[in-house]
Design a protein around this ligand. Sequence first.
Ligand code: UT7
Length: 329
Amino acid sequence: MKGARVLAWGRAVPDQVVTNHDLEKLFETSDEWIVQRTGIKERRIAKPEDTAVSLGAKAAQNALTKSGLKAEDIDLIICATATGDYLFPATSCLIQDKLGAINAASFDISAACTGFIYGLNTAYTYIASGQFKNVLVIAVDLMSRFTDWGDRRTAIIFGDGAGAAVLQACAPEENAFKSFYIKSRGDGDCTLYVPNVGNQYPVKAEDITAKPTMVYMDGQAVYQFAVKAVPDALEKALAKASMVAADIDYFIPHQANYRIIESAAKRFKVPVEKFICNIDRYGNTSAASIPIALDEALENGTIDPKQKHKLAFVGFGAGLTWGACVLEF
Ligand code: UT7
């Protein structure tokens, strides 16, 4: 079996900043309530010209440039998204075209906020099997396009963004990935979902105005799920890697709610500072939150590749899905 390493990370977020004070003008809420309950102060919201393809391609190009590879060197593009440009074709195919990655195969992964971990696991498996050498993993979501901007229970948490990683085959002794754990539980399908799109809802003229296609989220139920899913995934991935939480230098959790992150730190008895957190500036960018946080941490020097930090990613989301990955980077 081959090993895999990460050559580079990248990210792209929209320029438009929407603060909690901006939301106070849309519905009854307050900056204080949002900060206390979620840790979010502001988020980036896509402008009309931004799409999953344009943001995803920007993040991918950013990672590709840092990797030193050319677009033609990429063998496989995996895009994790729940908010792609179309039902089909896949967002990954359209990004392939934008990059000029003419030698790649491309497909999308639908695992909502856990999508990046599912995508990374898939990329690693293709590389370990020897089928592909250079794999580009992209995670992009424009949750704002499916947000009801009158619903204070959901509109406060989401933001838009994209992240990417370039993986390459290497010798087994250089393998960066120590373990993966991914899981799903389909009985939670109506806890967090977008109704009225998909084959169950063939479009009839009268439906277009009557049936909104906005995110429905039972926030309390998702919260209860998340505070169990995060430790479950981390425990399983750590055990597979023959490690304990104290061995990890930095945890990079899905940025959904600062209280969920605090609860995980408490559970594992590690200082919360070991959990990389940028939720205050971006909100919950769904599948993109982990690679955005990692790329920022590399840029500001918190994570230094020279020190071979041991990292743990953990995510959860609609499906319900959850998962974790332990790696050295
Ligand atoms: O990445 C995908 C996964 N998603 C998540 O991880 C989300 C997990 N859930 C959460 O983060 C939290 O459930 C929320 C932040 C979404 C909501 O916080 P909460 O503490 O669970 O609030 P709640 O929905 O239980 O509402 C509590 C009270 C309610 O008032 P009453 O009915 O008790 O009088 C709400 O109406 O807070 C009220 N409320 C608000 N007040 C001011 C709900 N949203 C707001 C708001 N501003 N934005």
